[in-house]
Design a protein around this ligand. Sequence first.
Ligand code: FAD
Length: 486
Amino acid sequence: MTEKRPTDQRPAKLRLAIVGAGPAGIYAADILLKAERNFDVSIDLFDHLPAPYGLVRYGVAPDHPRIKGIISALRDVLDRGDIRIFGNVRFGEDITLDDLRKHYNAVIFATGAVRDADLRIPGIDLVGSYGAARFVSWFDGHPDYPRTWPLEAKQVAVIGNGNVALDVARILAKHADDLLPTEIPANVYDGLKASPVTDVHIFGRRGPTSVKFTPLELRELGELPDVDIVVYDEDFDYDDAARAAVASNKQVFVIDKVLGKWRERAHKLAEDPQAGASRRLHLHFFAKPLELIDDGTGRVGGIRYERTAPDGQGGVVGTGEIRELPVQAVYRAVGYFGSPLPGVPFDKKHGVIPNREGQVLSKGDPSSGAGSANQQLYGVYATGWIKRGPVGLIGHTKSDAMETVRHLINDLGNWWRPESPSEESIVALLDERGVEYTNLDGWHRLDQHEQALGAAEGRVRIKVVPRDEMVAISRAVAPAAATASA
Ligand SMILES: Cc1cc2nc3c(=O)[nH]c(=O)nc-3n(C[C@H](O)[C@H](O)[C@H](O)COP(=O)(O)OP(=O)(O)OC[C@H]3O[C@@H](n4cnc5c(N)ncnc54)[C@H](O)[C@@H]3O)c2cc1C
């Protein structure tokens, strides 16, 4: 069926559904409400989690309070009261694209990316091999992940040279008591407190001047109490391309400076090993992981990697020199990946909804409702990580949202013509389906509850983890269940 271009009768009101209450969804709502336009707007924001803020709540590391603080700006937007929130509502299960067409003029998908990108090397499925996204979800108290995490390894490898790799390595190496001032749930503190880890090794296949770490995150590693940073002289034999990068790029310059200081510290430590900390964080550059080694029982026993060398053009080539390091756990932090949404086109290669500046395209998928590839699917938009792919900081989702909202406004004549656009009709539908949705008042209740749990222990907040408990507190039912999280 070819998507028909709706007739150009301009509606006086835009009933908009936004799916995903992370920063991209909230910014899109805010930008639209503040935009110059000649029609009224009424926005419903859906999220499958009972609490808003997406990866700011469930991705950003708990020991980054400055970044977590972005939540207060997002909360101010929601607290204005001109956006309705429906938490604990999963698109594709509780509501479908057909439902949205019946009740809204348009939808913006802002569903982000939650799962790990694949790393296809032998041994990746061994016990003790983990995706960073799952570990992050555990330490950030995501309700849909197990409460316990197997922290039994003394030596750990983290594969990746981006900020998520640093987050994972830092949380693994940090002493649990140094995380106590944060909002980490009790189960996460207990798990980390019992961890026997002594050495965390970060592996990147390129050189120090090609990393994706940001200088601030890298420098922070050097400030961890009782953790030494270990760097290796062999990784600093720069070629012309690397020297040029240091000279021309301020970020690379700072990273090189930070690493240089750690080299000096590592030399001093080599002279007096007794002065060392009880835990170490090693940075291995020019080290391309090839295989996770089976310890004979189906568990990770080590990592095999190839030493690489600069190729003279800013890249690397394998040298054929193979090395091994004994580790009992491996975390791959090689990127996040978006997930398909039922009835919505999906680009399997890039893990995004295919779009042109936020206008969703059919990609030639017959089930999408449009005929040929790259035809605009009227009424359907995307923003944030599911639009652009899982790269970039929270601030980037704002410029994303501006672009998407601009098209949404300009497409006025092409919006859907819903048969039942009243604000009550979607509530009636959710009630009829028995969906236990949460709303803004519910979020306030949960927020206050978490802050009260924290205050009792002299902390800012302690997160509630189990979904049923979050929902019960939000919906003010079964108050007996409103206890500290497991
Ligand atoms: C580990 C980690 C650390 C990070 N640290 C930083 C940092 O320190 N600083 C920084 O600036 N950026 C950081 N980022 C990046 C930042 O989190 C992202 O840029 C931003 O969250 C992307 O926003 P988004 O709204 O597109 O997606 P998300 O934040 O993922 O929000 C998507 C929302 O959609 C909801 N959703 C998904 N599927 C459905 C569905 N089927 N039905 C209903 N709802 C659904 C999800 O529950 C979620 O709430 C970090 C990212 C990660 C992964």
